[in-house]
Ligand binder design. Structure first.
Ligand code: C2E
Ligand code: MG
Ligand code: MG
Length: 841
């Protein structure tokens, strides 16, 4: 639900609750007030009624007294008017006399044997009426006849006279009479004059409570009122049976005044009447009587003289209820009006809040949808105004934040796909791009060339110059590689370390190789690092899609394998993948284990290739070369097993084999043939890992084989020199000091700088056979061997050419003053027996 609806609803609910509570409170208070008022009213009324009852009682007693005295006067007058014997009196005479004396009737009572009987009367019902059963009345008659004062407590007693209390006439219960009785002993009868009904009741009629009750019952609310006799109320009528008449004495009447007939409820009322008397407290109850809701109140009144009585008041409770209902209605009406007003006010109020909130929400939604930087315009000075300002600030912040984020994202994306050092794309980028490129090539029927480039012995550069310089070099390398690549249709990535992979689209093997060779050649050019000239070389393997494989991973592996075999061939070259490489890689584990066995079972042989001095036409020495013919694998070229031995550490055992066999053999030949043959042994980089140990070992072997160190020569490649460590130089120096010659094998394929050659303890440069084999009749590729020869001469170093196969090459070299040679032209590497034969010839 929206706030706009919610607010008025909440307000209304609160006001509603307040109003309901107020109304309920007011209702209860009004009710209590009304009841209180009612109670007071009742108390007042009952007080008045009770006073009136008291007054009436006292008044009527007084009137009765007067009547009694009047009746006495009348009695005396009657005695004077009548004869002493009743027998002489007639009833007519009494009628006349009653009229004359203004009394209602006159009766004469005479004493019989056991009764007092009415003998003459103006009222025929009184004649022959016996009085024996009349209780104290009869006692009073007898006391009168005996001329004694009447001691009966009721009525008025005077000399010869007694007047009984006002009572219903037993001779005629329809009437209420006041009697007087006179006897002075001069007559044989009691003179009994009496007043009847009106004369007796006049006072009460005029001044008694009946009148006031009548007046009160005219008041609104008071339905009925009665004065009840608690002694007889609710009981069976207490009847007197006299003179053949049945009646109830006035004092035994259950109700004295009022009606008690409109809303009778005798059983319940009886209980309340009793309770009121017992507790002397006002009692009341509510009920529906005759379809009317009434409240009945019972007020006990105790008097000093007489028995207590109860005033019963029936009040119209409906009046209170209707009064309450009326008030409630007024309140509800008022509440409704208030509610409507509150609703309108709160609606206006909520609108004044929700409208700007709605605006803010709408605008914030827009911001949330990415419209950062959006500004809200709300001219308010309250909380909403502050909120707007804050939203604006937030929106602004968000805009900046998102901008920063986007920049960071771009940077992260760049970093994720680029090598931080060279700025080239990285391995991840390559892996993600390779598949789409292959797919595209596949669709178009194009080729993809993968060039796997690895710098040769780059570890040594890092070790010698430190990683910072190494990093600098790598940057230059990356730069140089990039310059060799075609303008587009390629991807170059640095895979890590000194490895680079290049993908090229739609170039055939030849074109790919040309690019690779250009890269290898540019990388070979000197680098200047901190004023020092450094030389590097690289090996590159090439694999082609789809020529070599359709599989992505295999394509990379093949390029890697090709690169690896380029390395094994001494590096600084390009090798295109072929099946042999793959086979070799697959054979490697087998080769390794067979080689191990061959070493253990001493199946490794040493062959000797003669070194010739073409000027003297003599053999001046030989190179010791390892030979391994395996029972299962057949002849295995050192080009294949030496790299494996280097990788696995077996090279150390092989070295010992060559050293011992060659030194012993040559020493033996020298003694046998009185020669001074010179033997050269190939040393791997591995041998220079612990140079001091190696020197010691060499010494031992030479001593053991009794070979003159002057006849011993060490062949190392340029790459070993590159490490240029102090220990290496020292060890070479100490070997040289012993008279051992140091020869640089495969010279020209590496990157030795001239300064190295000058400073290191070197004796001979051995021109690599690839340069010699380039020497052909067309004289095109002769500059390098020529330059090397000149350089050696300049540095006062010996020079020897290896791989001399033709006379032309021999003559060419001789013409350039290179007279030491080795090659198939003179002899292939020979077994010791063959070499001995060769020597002899
Ligand atoms: P390398 O030290 O440059 O040895 C010369 C290689 O050229 C030998 O190959 C040899 O047979 C070959 N060769 C000599 N004359 C000619 C020629 O006129 N034409 C051609 N095409 N080749 C010629 P090999 O014996 O197969 O040895 C290959 C390489 O294996 C050696 O190159 C050397 O680097 C390594 N190697 C051989 N024996 C040992 C060894 O005992 N220790 C070490 N560390 N390396 C060895
Ligand atoms: Mg060699
Ligand atoms: Mg060589």
């Amino acid at each position: 639900m929206s706030i706009k609806k919610k607010l008025p609803l909440i307000f209304c609910l609160i006001v509603f609750i307040i109003l309901v509570a107020n109304n309920a409170f007011h209702y209860i208070r009004s009710k209590n007030q009304l009841l209180d008022y009612n109670e007071k009213e009742i108390a007042m009324i009952t007080k008045e009624v009770s006073v009136q009852v008291e007054n009436t009682k006292q008044g009527s007693e007084y009137v009765e007294d007067i009547l009694a005295r009047e009746l006495r006067i009348a009695s005396i007058a009657i005695r004077k008017a009548l004869p002493p014997r009743y027998q002489d009196v007639t009833n007519e005479q009494l009628k006349e006399l009653a009229k004359e004396l203004r009394v209602s009737h006159i009766t004469l009572l005479a004493k019989t044997k056991d009764d007092v009987v009415g003998v003459r009367s103006s009222d025929p019902k009184e004649i022959n009426m016996g009085t024996k059963g009349w209780g104290y009345w009869y006692d009073a008659y007898l006391q009168l006849f005996s001329l004694k004062p009447v001691t009966v407590k009721k009525g008025l007693s005077l000399p010869y006279y007694w007047s009984g209390p006002m009572e219903k006439a037993s001779s005629n219960p329809d009437h209420i009479d006041k009697w007087g009785y006179y006897y002075d002993g001069t007559t044989n009868y009691i003179i009994e004059p009496y007043f009847r009904d009106h004369k007796v009741l006049e006072y009460e009629e005029r001044f008694g409570p009946g009148k006031i009750i009548e007046n009160f019952t005219k008041e609104p609310g008071i339905l009925e009122m009665s004065v009840l006799n608690p002694k007889n109320f609710g009981k069976k009528k207490e009847e007197v049976h006299l003179n053949g008449n049945d009646y109830t004495r006035i004092s035994a009447e259950p109700k004295w005044y009022g009606s008690y007939e409109k809303y009778p409820n005798i059983n319940v009322d009886t209980k309340f009447v009793r309770k009121a008397i017992q507790t002397n407290k006002v009692q009341s109850y509510k009920d529906n009587l005759k379809d009317k809701s009434v409240m009945k109140t019972f007020v006990p009144v105790k008097t000093k003289l007489d028995q207590p009585y109860v005033i019963c008041l029936v009040y119209d409770y409906g009046l209170i209820q209707s009064e309450l209902l009326h008030e409630l209605k007024v309140h509800i009406m008022l509440s409704i009006v208030i509610m409507i007003v509150v609703l309108i006010i709160s609606f206006i109020f909520s609108r004044s809040i929700t409208k700007p909130i709605g605006y803010i929400v709408e605008q914030v939604n827009e911001i949330a949808q990415g419209n950062f930087g959006k500004k809200l315009h709300l001219n308010r000075k309250d909380e909403l105004g502050f909120l707007t300002e804050n939203v604006n600030a937030l929106s602004n912040h968000l805009q900046h934040y998102v901008n920063d984020l986007n920049q960071s994202k771009k940077l992260i994306e760049y970093q994720a796909y680029h090598d931080p050092l060279t700025g080239l794309t990285n391995r991840r980028y390559f892996q993600e791009k390779l598949q789409p490129i292959i797919n595209q090539a596949n669709e178009k029927g194009e080729t993809v060339s993968v060039l796997f480039i690895d710098l040769d012995r780059f570890k040594h550069v890092n070790d010698s110059f430190g990683h910072n310089k190494g990093d600098e070099l790598l940057k230059i390398v990356a730069n140089r590689i990039q310059k060799c690549l075609p303008e587009d249709n390629h991807i170059i990535t640095r895979q890590g370390g000194d490895e680079f992979i290049i993908l090229m689209n739609n170039l055939d093997v030849k074109a790919s190789k040309a690019v690779a060779e250009e890269i290898i050649n540019t990388l070979k050019k000197p680098y200047s690092i901190a004023g020092i000239e450094v030389y590097l070389s690289a090996s590159c393997g090439i694999s082609m899609y789809p020529e070599h494989t359709n599989n992505l991973d295999t394509l990379i592996i093949y390029a890697d394998m090709a690169m690896y075999s380029a390395k094994k061939l001494g590096g600084n070259r390009v090798v295109i993948f072929n099946e042999q490489i793959s086979n070799m890689n697959q054979e490697r584990p087998r080769l390794e284990s067979r080689l191990r066995k061959a070493i253990e079972s001493q199946k490794i042989e040493v062959h000797y290739q003669p070194k010739m001095n073409v000027q003297t036409e003599t053999i001046y020495g030989a190179e010791a070369l390892l030979r391994w013919t395996d029972e299962e694998l057949g002849f295995v070229s050192p080009e294949v097993f030496i790299p494996i031995a280097e990788d696995t550490g077996l090279i150390q055992s092989l070295w010992e084999i060559v050293m011992k066999k060659a030194c012993h053999q040559v020493s033996e030949w020298n003694t046998k043939y009185h020669q001074s043959l010179n033997i050269s042994v190939n040393f791997s980089a591995r041998q220079f890992q612990e140079p001091l140990n190696m020197v010691k070992h060499v010494k031992e072997i030479l001593q053991e084989s009794k070979l003159d160190p002057k006849n011993f020569e060490i062949e190392i490649t340029e790459s070993i020199l590159l490490t240029n460590s102090k220990e290496l130089v020292q060890s070479l120096q100490s070997l040289q000091n012993m008279g051992i010659a140091i020869s640089i094998d495969d010279f020209g394929t590496g990157y030795s700088s001239l300064s190295y050659l000058k400073n290191l303890p070197i004796n001979t440069l051995k021109i690599d056979k690839s340069f010699i084999q380039n020497i052909t009749k067309n004289l095109v590729n002769t500059e390098i061997p020529e330059a090397i020869i000149n350089m050696a001469r300049g540095l006062h170093l010996d020079v020897i050419a290896e791989g001399v196969e033709t006379d032309y090459q021999k003559e060419f070299l001789r013409s350039k003053d290179c007279i030491q040679m080795q090659g198939y032209l003179f002899s292939k590497p020979l077994s010791k027996e063959a070499f001995e034969d060769f020597l002899k010839n």
